[in-house]
Design a binder for this molecule. Structure first.
Ligand SMILES: C[S@@+](CC[C@H](N)C(=O)[O-])C[C@H]1O[C@@H](n2cnc3c(N)ncnc32)[C@H](O)[C@@H]1O
Length: 241
């Protein structure tokens, strides 16, 4: 999803609008923009900037002064798309938190550090595949949507950036928290085979092996080989008696 592909019905959630240059680009192409900004001075300034620079569109903007990592609800209208230059140090937890909090979010297009973009969009079996890739894949289909070099920013940061697009689809069957617990356990010691890596999660290596076999997964496999559907199936297995 490029911002140009937003429909006039989309309600866009932006995180970290700062001085509002992206916000001003989003207002003409969306039904509404809700911007979550942690800095009280910037949050207070943004409605004034919109009123000055885009007076006919300023009524479409709601600014919420909050930490996007901890926000527990947003004012109506419910957002349908997340479009954000995310704060890089918290990009993955913010993205996962908002996808969990806001089931109305159907799509996301976020700018993150290039290495994080690679991890978020990585497929099972690749070296970049890990916790962020598996958890993001629980919510939707994730893909790289472009590279952004450091030179387009001023001041120039010391990292390159990448765009990541996510299209929501129904999650795999099973409980999200239980699935994420297996993902965390599997990647905590990613060099170990799953029988050993999941011993604490399952209660013992033998219990881990029984649950892996019940899910149809070879116990010598490593976590990086499993898709999110595999993790969900594993989480749903019964603890052996
Ligand atoms: C555009 S973002 C990120 C810019 C750049 N990619 C980086 O990581 O430094 C910067 C804005 O995000 C805001 N911000 C930082 N952490 C935030 C959070 N947890 N919730 C909401 N806004 C946040 C900052 O106050 C600032 O206005």
């Amino acid at each position: 999803m490029r911002t140009a592909e937003l429909t006039p019905q989309d309600v866009v959630l932006e995180v970290g609008p700062g001085l509002g240059s992206l916000t001003l680009g989003l207002l003409p192409v969306a039904a509404h923009v809700t911007a979550v900004e942690i800095d009280p001075r910037l949050a207070a300034l943004l409605p004034r900037t919109a009123a000055e620079r885009a007076p006919t569109l300023a009524g479409r903007l709601t600014v919420v002064e909050a930490d996007a990592l901890r926000v527990q609800g947003l004012p109506d209208p419910a957002p349908t798309a997340l479009v954000a230059n995310l704060p890089y140090n918290v990009a993955v937890p913010v993205l996962l938190h908002l996808l969990e909090l806001l089931p109305t979010l159907r799509r996301a297009l976020v700018l993150v550090q290039a290495e994080v973009a690679e991890r978020l969009a990585a497929a099972p079996g690749s070296t970049a595949y890990g916790v962020p890739s598996a958890k993001a894949a629980w919510y939707g289909d994730v893909r790289r949507a472009g590279n952004v070099g450091r030179r387009v920013f001023w001041p120039e940061p010391n990292v390159d950036s990448g765009l990541v697009a996510l299209d929501r689809r129904p999650p795999p069957p099973g409980d999200r928290a239980a699935t994420f617990a297996v993902v965390d356990a599997a990647f905590a010691t990613r060099r170990k085979g799953l029988r050993a890596a999941l011993a604490r999660w399952a209660g013992s290596p033998a219990a881990a092996e029984a649950r892996l076999r019940a899910a149809g997964i070879d116990p010598t496999t490593r976590g990086e080989q499993l898709s999110i559907a595999d993790f969900a199936r594993l989480a749903a297995t019964q603890v052996p008696a």
